[in-house]
Design a protein around this ligand. Structure first.
Ligand code: ZN
Length: 858
């Protein structure tokens, strides 16, 4: 066993911590004391607790009613612990340890670090998964729950926040001292502090719980949306769980630099600014919905994760899958017009892609080391977990599901639980075989593809089903896995459209549908709630296809397109029949479907581009124009008052595709004019279109325009404009095609002009585009060790994963480089990237010929 896999002994447990911490944005050093009340369950001569990069200058231990002994401190850096060696053994019972320690703010965005963005800076914390130990010595495993009480000592003129309710604030020896109340027992990864220059408006109250939203000073008015939404969503959760919010206060803070999107610390949730702050007229509908979802996701954790916590990191999905699922459920309940489940199909499509790789893993995966814990924060845990929960709720019914969750919450409150505990509660509430069903989804990697065919037999129509594991490459053998699949198929007979539900848990089965007369068409995944793909037999598909846009719901149309594309990629379907499916959906009037259509055209465009055949590319652009131009023509460029969101979103997609892919000159020049108007006044243009206009102008821009982009980005940041208005310029720098401009963007990273939290996203963008990937890869290799630190743990996975977008000619170099520079915490991301690179190359080799022939003959 590696030292990194070390687990603390269980005979010494913390009951509560009092952390007295002195820190301030103006100092790189911090220092403090931690007093830990302990419970000793068998006599011990040593106390082992986690600590990383901290110097412990003094340690004292006393048994209850005993004298205080100083302890000898020894460090075990490999296993990230300190051991306190005692002069006299500690007897069973209560004890107290006091440690005096100091450390330095971390260079990455983990542990205690300086978040910086333009003129704003703040000391921020990020403890999940295993970084509380870099702030104070503690028992840093989720099963060691203990009360947290903070005292913070800072310089004058800053705001200090922690997990607890502020009880006292005073000045002492030129310092400000903030004393906070102790929390209920929580895991150490939920500890949090923030010290910096923030402002917040008066609290809103839900019952007696104060809700506050903090922004860097000067941005207070960007918090209104978050405030309003929070006071609607908190009561929804209290009602859903039948369990009042128990942590005393709810502060949400937009910090100037964050690695993840947001973090659900008890009573003090930290966010990236763009995921909390906005103003009406500055954010697109999609951006507004993401803010709502992230707020709801973090709040769901107050119950799922914070009241009841996973026992160990292998059950991380219990936290994240549920938070993701509940966020969608809450948003849908509070604002149905958001249609968040229609957007979820995009997340689901991405994770169906990831989960069809060999490098995927089961939702429940063993975890031993901190790096393995970090790797669990991926699409399988979040999005597959969410999709599987949704499928389960649909199978059990909303009422049974809620009842099961309520009793689970009460039974395990302020303690820890694991998957089987939850299945027991759900099984009791529903009297259905939850454990058997979920085992196939949680413990097995991957997911099934279901073959569906209508067959005639003795005058009746039957549905013939077959399942096997789906792989995204053409040469993998599926093996003997079987899933217990809750299926709902939709079909039409002489009486109209019907749905039929059943469990499909065998390799193959023939199902007789309750039908009258001829079955006209069938679709095997109602509303795409099932987590599987469909391979519809040719003749059965031929019946469905002409009716696709009229009988299938928008998400089903997306599902059909995505399944067919995946089948092209693994060699089961020809590229020409895929173009026929695209064509069948091209008349769609729904923005979700149109977006997928645009993305798939982009994918085809890349294949044709890589072939170097200019004539075929011209034909593909014509095809795109033929599909998208009539829609834009009827919508017009300018939004109309009172227009439905569907039309506004369709307009943005049409403009993007017609300019960027089809290269329609008139659309490009109009977009450039609107971009110029946006630059003069960010509110002059519909925020749903502004991003597209700015991106198009960048794509076709020269050096002079690039200069203006950098200036605009910096000026808006200095003027405290909303994150969305700033990001439009920052995140389109990578669109400029000239090689010298790619180099300049890379230089902005080195110079520190690009904020730390955006570095991994910008590098990933540059690695994704053909025009910039070579330069970005050379840059990454050259600056790996400094960049690795700046990316942060989440960021490094993003970047490594983006390498999968490069051509396979880079493969050997990538493998060689990472043999020398192990990407700790991103090992699985590297495997995914390599697989993706290989598969894209195989697809290219397989389909290019047919695609070119098809296009030329058009
Ligand atoms: Zn989460």
């Amino acid at each position: 066993m590696s030292a990194r896999a070390f687990r603390l002994p269980s005979h010494v447990r913390p009951l509560s911590y009092h952390i007295d911490l002195s820190t301030d944005p103006s100092r790189v050093e911090f220092s403090g004391t931690v007093t830990i009340e302990l419970e000793i369950t068998s006599q011990t001569e040593a106390i082992v607790l986690h600590s990383r990069h901290l110097e412990v200058t003094r340690a004292e231990v006393s048994a209850m009613f005993g004298e205080t002994d100083s302890a000898l401190v020894s460090y075990q850096p490999e296993q990230e612990t300190v051991t306190l060696l005692l002069e006299r053994p500690l007897p069973v019972g209560r004890a107290r340890a006091l440690l005096v320690f100091s450390g330095r703010l971390a260079p990455s965005m983990h542990g205690l670090y300086l978040g910086a963005d333009g003129v704003h800076s703040a000391v921020c914390s990020q403890c999940e998964a295993t970084d509380a130990r870099a702030i104070f010595p503690c028992f840093d495993e989720p099963a060691f729950k203990a009360g947290l009480r903070w005292t913070l000592r800072t310089g004058p003129g800053v705001t200090a926040l922690s997990n607890g309710v502020l009880q006292n604030q005073f000045s002492s020896h030129g310092e400000q001292v903030f004393e906070f109340a102790e929390t209920k027992p929580v895991s150490s990864y939920l500890a949090a502090v923030v010290v910096g220059d923030f402002e917040a408006e008066q609290a809103d109250y839900v019952r007696d719980v104060p809700l506050k939203v903090y922004a860097p000073s000067g941005k207070g008015k960007q918090t209104h949306f978050a405030k309003g939404f929070t006071s609607r969503v908190l009561p929804w959760f209290e009602e859903y769980f039948d369990f009042p919010f128990p942590f005393g206060k709810y502060d949400q803070v937009a910090v100037p630099g964050f690695d993840a999107g947001a973090m659900e610390n008890i009573g003090l949730v930290l966010f990236r600014q763009n995921l909390l702050l906005m103003e009406p007229g500055s954010a697109s509908w999609r951006q507004e919905k993401v803010i709502a979802l992230v707020i709801a996701h973090e709040m769901a954790h107050m119950w799922f994760g914070n009241v009841v916590t996973m026992r160990w990191w292998d059950d991380l999905w219990l936290n994240e899958a549920f938070a993701e699922w509940m966020a969608h459920k809450a948003c849908h309940a509070i604002n149905p017009s958001y249609e968040v489940w229609n957007d979820f199909i995009e997340d689901k499509s991405r994770v169906l892609f990831d989960d069809a790789l060999h490098s995927t893993h089961p939702i429940w995966t063993p975890v031993e080391t901190p790096d393995e814990a970090i790797e669990m924060f991926d699409s399988i845990t979040y999005q597959k977990g969410c999709a599987v929960m949704r499928m389960l709720e649909n199978f059990l019914g909303e009422d049974h599901f809620r009842e099961g969750l309520r009793s689970y919450m009460k039974e395990f409150q302020y303690g820890n639980a694991c998957g089987p505990d939850l299945w027991r509660s759900l099984e009791k509430a529903s009297s259905l075989p939850v454990h058997t069903l979920m085992h196939t989804w949680v413990a097995q990697a991957g997911y099934p593809v279901v073959d569906i065919a209508l067959v005639e037999e003795a005058g009746t129509t039957l549905v013939e089903l077959h399942q096997e594991r789906f792989f995204s490459d053409s040469h993998s053998k599926p093996g003997d896995q079987i899933w217990s699949i809750p299926m709902t198929v939709r079909y039409a007979d002489d009486e109209g459209v019907k749905a039929h539900r059943f469990i499909f848990d065998r390799r193959a089965e023939r199902v007789e549908l309750p039908s009258k007369g001829t079955i006209r068409w069938i679709y095997g995944n109602q509303d795409e709630i099932g987590f599987y793909r469909q391979r519809i037999a040719e003749k059965t598909l031929a019946k469905l296809l002409p009716l696709a846009t009229s009988v299938l719901s928008p998400v089903e149309q997306v599902g059909l397109l995505e399944d067919q594309w995946a089948l092209v990629r693994n060699g089961s379907v020809s590229i020409t029949s895929f173009v026929a499916v695209l064509s069948a959906c091209s008349s769609t009037q729904n923005h979700n479907v149109l977006r997928v259509l645009a993305e798939r055209l982009d994918a085809l465009d890349l294949i044709v581009k890589d072939s170097g055949d200019k004539e075929a590319r011209r034909k593909l652009r014509q095809l795109a124009e033929q599909w998208f131009a009539p829609q834009l023509q009827s919508l017009g460029f300018a939004p109309l008052a009172g227009e439905p969101q569907n039309d506004i979103q369709r307009r943005a997609i049409c403009i993007g595709t017609l300019a960027s892919m089809a290269r329609v000159a008139s659309v490009i020049s109009t977009a450039e004019q609107f971009a110029a108007a946006e630059q003069a006044n960010p509110r002059a243009v519909d925020p749903n279109l502004a991003g597209s206009f700015v991106a198009i102008a960048a794509k076709f821009g020269d050096e002079t325009r690039y200069d203006r982009w950098v200036e605009t980005f910096q000026a808006r940041k200095a003027a405290d404009k909303t994150p969305q208005e700033v990001a439009r310029y920052l995140h389109t720098l990578s669109q400029f095609r000239l090689p010298t401009l790619t180099d300049r963007t890379l230089n902005l990273i080195i110079q520190g002009t690009i904020p730390q939290e955006a570095v991994s996203a910008i590098v990933s963008q540059l690695l994704s585009f053909r025009h910039s990937q070579q330069a970005a890869w050379e840059f990454l290799k050259q600056h790996w060790s400094t960049l690795r630190e700046r990316f942060g743990d989440m960021g490094v996975s993003r970047v490594v994963e983006a390498l999968g977008r490069m051509r396979a000619s880079h493969r050997e170099d990538v493998v060689h480089f990472f043999e020398q520079h192990k990407p700790a915490g991103a090992e699985r991301a590297l495997l995914r990237a390599l697989e993706r690179m290989d598969q894209s190359e195989q697809v290219r080799q397989r389909v290019t010929g047919d695609l070119l022939t098809y296009l030329i003959s058009r």
